[in-house]
Design a protein around this ligand. Structure first.
Ligand SMILES: [Cu+2]
Length: 120
């Protein structure tokens, strides 16, 4: 009986280590240049809030809006002349093509939500 409990305990510890390791490697992936990303819009923050993209490549962003407050309803890409309305409870896809190198902010219309798009 105690052997079974020890095995379960060991398995749980292994699971916790694996989970932390996985979540950490996930964060590293978010910092790497990407051509597609999903951004959760909730509780006043974009997650992830920083997107790294390659210049001249298309970038597809899926905004998963979970915050019903009007504050979250629009995303504006400053310096790119792009903005989009986001529907609550749905995912809205924004496609950006031929991005010039630089750093661009993306925010809600009131600039409460803050994100950065890094292009190089
Ligand atoms: Cu806002």
């Amino acid at each position: 009986m105690s052997l079974t409990i020890n095995l379960i305990g060991g398995a749980l510890i292994a699971l916790i280590i694996w989970w932390f390791w996985l979540s950490r490697s996930g964060q590293q992936k978010a910092a790497a240049a990407t051509e597609e990303a999903t951004i959760v819009v909730d509780a006043g923050v974009y997650t992830p809030s920083v997107v790294h993209a390659r210049a001249g490549k298309p970038l597809t962003l899926h905004f998963d809006r979970r915050d019903p407050s009007p504050c979250a309803e629009q995303v504006v890409f400053h310096g790119l002349e792009v903005s989009e309305f986001l529907e609550t409870g749905k995912t809205t896809t924004v496609r950006l093509n031929d991005l010039p190198p630089g750093e661009y902010r993306f925010t809600c219309q009131m600039q409460m939500y803050q994100g950065r798009l890094l292009v190089d």
